[in-house]
Design a protein around this ligand. Structure first.
Ligand code: HEC
Ligand code: HEC
Ligand code: HEC
Ligand code: HEC
Ligand code: HEC
Ligand code: HEC
Length: 417
């Protein structure tokens, strides 16, 4: 995890070519640098443009995303490397783009999980390149300079112990930061549920980054109280023999009866690797520890449930369905989200994320005027919200109101030169 982001070293990278409907991408590697050279396919395309891929996100165990820098800000490259195919291809989220997008910022969200410091979440839309350098010790042990002592995650109470890994390994179907909270304020030793509500799909097949929610559904975890946790099988500092961990709770020798199998390798049958539906290109280990392997299948959630105990606010559930509405483009989720968020505005009138969620739902449903009002509200509460600035500028432009759009574009340019 320490190597999950950092400065690109050309000797570790391989060249490649990606031909896509948006153009041709060549990845050139020399002693000093890795260069992305892009050429559009149409006769009127501008000449070749070049970008230095100077940072990466992803250890390359499964894959790697790349980052180019412009005027002190960092942007995602539209192509990435896939380890299992040993090939470059369009990066996740860029597969269907018809025009190449070189200006999608690397978000604070990516670096909350892949970066060195949780503080990145507050730098927000302005990610500094020096934060792209793997996960630091303090993310699991706390910061000794601020808090008097370091914590050993394994010795914490179960809820705060699990929270350490859940910061990054519990993505669920939707993650919603609670009203008035900042994820960056979480410190190891605390309960993550103070900051975050995570909604899971109880019927989900195997997924990328579904480890914590899958493990929670396993009979092993449910049947053993809180004894089984990530650290039982993964010590971040040492190799662990997982099959010995299984045998610490189970005395079974049935596997020897299955011909040709290795009876000692419990995980080969009970934690098989499957293709994750949302990963597209990669394979993940099934952490629900099933009796028999589960089949991979297409799936969209029917309804989501809160992962952490306690009351679920309409705001949090509404924002969760709004995330699903954006991901699956399904009005079913949008309608649920809208109804919930409408009831929540009375309770949280000054909550920018809530108004942003409402604005996006309204805009997607074609209610431009109401969407504009919602985005204006977000900007009154949170003037530097680049997401709201961009959406509001787009909404004005599509209404031919360039006079209103222009100052918003200027504010954006100041925030993301
Ligand atoms: C700050 C975010 C963060 C925290 C906290 C975190 N992880 Fe990770 N972990 C990651 C990321 C990102 C990767 C993917 C690394 C890659 O391949 O680029 C990863 C990879 C892993 C892997 C697979 C690859 C490997 O390095 O073996 C295991 C196992 C793992 N984490 C276990 C844990 C456990 C156990 C905890 C809690 C004690 C934990 N992680 C806490 C972000 C985090
Ligand atoms: C992904 C989370 C994670 C990261 C990052 C991490 N550790 Fe740990 N560390 C753990 C866990 C979990 C344990 C407890 C292992 C056990 O006892 O089962 C631990 C144990 C330790 C211990 C033993 C503590 C004791 O009381 O016995 C030391 C020392 C330590 N880590 C130092 C570091 C240092 C230094 C770094 C940064 C280079 C670091 N750790 C990064 C999760 C992490
Ligand atoms: C909630 C935490 C989280 C967020 C947000 C997140 N990731 Fe990840 N990412 C992970 C974890 C954990 C893994 C390890 C894969 C897994 O689940 O096994 C991973 C895996 C990856 C990998 C494959 C690395 C490898 O070789 O194993 C890449 C590349 C990657 N992420 C890039 C990104 C980018 C780019 C963003 C932002 C657009 C992002 N991630 C956002 C947690 C996160
Ligand atoms: C901390 C103790 C513990 C550990 C470690 C553990 N299990 Fe379990 N496991 C349980 C308990 C408790 C049950 C539930 C027994 C019951 O319901 O009768 C269970 C159930 C199971 C089942 C039955 C699942 C089903 O759907 O019926 C399988 C298979 C299984 N475990 C395999 C494993 C394997 C393989 C490992 C190692 C990767 C493992 N377990 C590690 C405690 C554990
Ligand atoms: C009962 C043992 C067990 C527990 C508990 C467990 N894991 Fe794993 N995990 C495994 C095995 C086995 C693999 C596959 C390792 C391999 O292929 O080398 C794995 C692989 C992974 C990987 C690599 C990606 C993948 O899917 O293959 C990540 C990330 C990971 N685990 C995270 C976690 C997190 C986070 C937790 C806690 C929520 C957790 N694991 C709990 C046994 C366990
Ligand atoms: C060759 C595949 C295979 C291997 C290897 C294997 N198992 Fe199983 N195991 C199965 C199957 C299949 C079942 C389900 C049997 C059934 O449904 O009647 C099962 C059932 C179980 C159960 C539920 C038992 C019960 O009586 O309800 C547990 C617990 C379990 N296995 C643990 C383990 C452990 C621990 C290991 C490693 C020592 C292991 N298995 C190795 C195939 C395997």
């Amino acid at each position: 995890m320490g190597r999950t982001s950092g400065v690109v070293e050309p000797v570790n990278e391989s060249p490649g070519i990606v031909t896509h409907s948006s153009g041709q991408y060549r990845i050139l590697v020399n002693k000093q640098a890795v260069i992305l050279s892009y050429q559009g396919l149409s006769p009127i395309s501008p000449p070749i443009s070049r970008f230095g891929l100077s940072y990466f996100v992803g250890s390359r165990r499964m894959g790697r995303s790349y980052v180019h820098e412009k005027k002190g800000h960092v942007y995602q490259a539209p192509v990435g490397y896939y380890a299992n195919r040993r090939a470059w291809d369009m990066a996740p989220g860029y597969e269907t783009d018809q025009t190449p997008d070189f200006s999608r910022p690397i978000t604070a969200e990516c670096l909350f999980c892949h970066g060195s410091s949780a503080a990145v979440a507050e730098v927000n839309r302005l990610v500094r390149p020096d934060l792209i350098r793997g996960i630091g010790c303090e993310r699991c042990h706390g910061d000794a300079t601020e808090h008097s002592r370091l914590v050993n995650p394994a010795k914490l109470a179960p809820r705060s112990r699990d929270s350490v890994c859940e910061q990054c390994h519990l993505s669920g179907a939707a993650r919603v930061v609670k009203a008035g909270r900042r994820l960056a304020d979480f410190t190891p030793g605390e309960d993550l549920a103070r900051y975050l509500q995570v909604f899971t799909d109880p019927d989900a097949p195997i997924r990328v980054n579904g480890h914590a929610d899958s493990l929670a559904t396993s009979k092993c975890r449910r049947g053993s109280g809180d004894r089984l946790w990530c650290g039982s099988c993964h010590n971040p500092h040492r190799e662990t023999q997982v099959n010995d961990v299984c045998r610490s709770c189970h005395r079974v020798e049935h596997a020897g009866k299955v011909q040709g199998s290795n009876p000692t390798d419990c995980t080969s049958c009970h934690m098989p690797k499957g293709r994750a539906r949302d990963g597209g290109h990669t394979v993940y280990t099934d952490h629900s520890i099933p009796r028999r392997p589960r089949a991979a299948r297409e799936h969209t959630p029917e309804a989501v449930v809160a992962f952490f105990a306690g009351d679920v606010s309409p705001r949090d559930l509404g924002l969760a369905y709004a995330q699903l509405a954006g991901r699956y483009r399904d009005v079913k989720y949008a309608e649920r989200a809208y109804a919930l968020l409408r009831t929540a505005v009375g309770q949280f009138p000054g909550d920018a994320p809530l108004w942003l969620g409402l604005g996006r739902l309204l805009q997607a449903a074609g209610h431009e005027i109401e969407a504009i009002a919602a985005y204006e509200r977000v900007l009154n509460l949170d003037p530097d919200n680049t997401d709201a600035l961009t959406r509001l500028a787009n909404a004005y432009e599509s209404n031919n109101n360039r006079a209103k759009a222009l100052p918003l574009r200027e504010r954006l340019a100041n925030l993301m030169p």
